[in-house]
Design a protein around this ligand. Structure first.
Ligand code: DSN
Length: 432
């Protein structure tokens, strides 16, 4: 980083302070993780200089023969990891990957049925403020108020009433596993495309610890930076590639396989030049995920989340659905007389990072919310185990139950620092 320090001390200082923030705090945002130094190094390379529109071996620019190898490596590793017929590793983010799915499968105005954002869904699954809800006719299923879980009979009833062109499954704040086989049966009953967005649990699915959507879905999207622990980015996968059973062909009228439609939707449909340095880092991360230690890591992610959920319940917090099958949980703070916004700010002062989150049937706005979402992937990467996570819940409880005490927050902040020192993350030579 010597060149950066000399050339741009302002930006250098910002990066150093962000490294400090990540090192010295408790990162509980369920969608975040800490990548390896190898992944960081792959991203900081001259591969960023290369234009490579198109696909390996079929580019619109010369000089792509080396980056082609990086992309093929990423593709092959991802296919092996998820037992997929086809992948596209180019989407810049999960939202971009999802955009390509809509473009390949839906016409504006077509009906979509997805999980309500207010019940744990995602913006790109039909929210009225997102392109998906603006361009398409979005309808929603939700979770039950008493169980916090999806009732598949109700999904079936809703699908029969709505007759969607596409049925989507996936969530950013749902702590239970999905019954993908039944979702597929429902999609078949109403003649819908089944799209699974596995962005959150992708790492747990790669480790075979949760139900696998690939045998059931027509198309699967994911991000690469959450439980999968790769660089920030997206990816599309097809488990069993077939001729598109839904009739649509791409603009030329030629492609017929689902994978061909999706490839065309990614480029030229949605993205420009792929980020070859990020694709290289995806290859590194997928290589790491194929190593045996990855399954052990994912097992610990779940074990830690379950220990954390139990500790919250013991302290009288509402945990939506009563616990978790995966890496996250949604805490309902109404029994504590706090909003999510207040809790996020109070915990932030103690260097504990969470995000406020709507709980199902919330009466607060998305800017206030009645809950927080917490997850274990990042701190598990640091080496935290169930004891440390129980300690973290104790620290959270001390901050939230003494909300008027700045002194209590300061004491917790110091304890957080001591705890993080025991589990080192990045040193300042990380980008040397
Ligand atoms: N923003 C991500 C999350 O936090 O879950 C989803 O895209």
């Amino acid at each position: 980083m010597d060149d950066l320090r000399t050339q741009d001390p302002d930006l250098y200082s910002i990066i150093q302070r962000e490294i400090d923030r990540q090192n010295d705090g408790l990162e509980l945002i369920a969608s975040e993780n800490f990548v390896s130094k190898a992944v960081l190094q792959a991203m900081g390379t001259p591969l960023t200089n290369k234009y490579a529109e198109g696909r390996p071996g079929k580019r619109y620019y010369g000089g792509c023969e080396v980056v082609d190898e990086a992309e093929v490596l990423a593709q092959e590793r991802a296919k092996k990891l998820f037992d997929a017929d086809w992948v596209n590793v180019q989407p810049h983010s999960g939202a971009t990957a999802n955009h390509a799915i809509y473009l390949s499968m839906m016409e504006p105005g077509d009906r979509l049925l997805g999980l309500d954002l207010a019940h744990g869904g995602h913006l790109t699954h039909g929210s009225p403020v997102n392109f998906s809800g603006i361009l398409y006719d979005a309808h929603f299923y939700g979770v039950e108020q008493d169980t916090g879980r999806i009732d598949m009979d109700k999904v079936r009833d809703k699908a029969k009433a709505v007759q969607p062109k596409m049925l989507s499954v996936g969530a950013s704040a749902y702590s239970r596993d999905f019954d993908f086989a039944t979702f597929r049966a429902i999609a078949d009953e109403v003649g819908a495309i089944l799209w699974v967005d596995m962005a959150h649990p992708a790492g747990l699915i790669a480790a075979d610890l949760l139900n696998d959507p690939l045998p059931h879905a027509h198309v699967v999207s994911t991000t690469t930076h959450k439980t999968l622990r790769g660089p920030r980015g997206g990816m599309l996968l097809v488990g069993n590639d077939t001729e598109n059973p839904f009739g649509k062909t791409w603009k030329s009228g030629k492609p017929k396989m689902i994978s061909e439609l999706l490839d065309s939707a990614v480029f030229p449909g949605v993205i420009g030049g792929p980020l070859m340095h990020v694709i290289a880092a995806k290859a590194v991360a997928f290589g790491e995920a194929l190593e045996s230690g990855f399954v052990d890591y994912q097992q610990r992610v779940i074990e830690n989340a379950q220990a954390m959920a139990e500790a919250f319940v013991e302290r009288g917090y509402g945990v939506i659905s009563g616990g978790t099958d995966n890496h996250l949980m949604l805490i309902d703070l109404r029994s504590k007389g706090l909003t999510g916004k207040e809790a996020e700010a109070l915990l932030g002062e103690a260097d504990i990072t969470v995000n406020k989150n709507m709980v199902p049937y919330d009466t607060e706005s998305p800017f206030v919310t009645s809950g927080i979402r917490v997850g274990t992937p990042a701190l598990t990467t640091r080496g935290f185990g169930p004891d440390e996570f129980r300690h973290v819940v104790d620290l959270i409880d001390r901050v939230l139950s003494k909300r008027d005490s700045e002194g209590a927050r300061e004491l917790v902040r110091r304890e957080v620092f001591v705890l993080t020192e025991q589990f080192p993350l990045y040193d300042h030579s990380v980008l040397a």
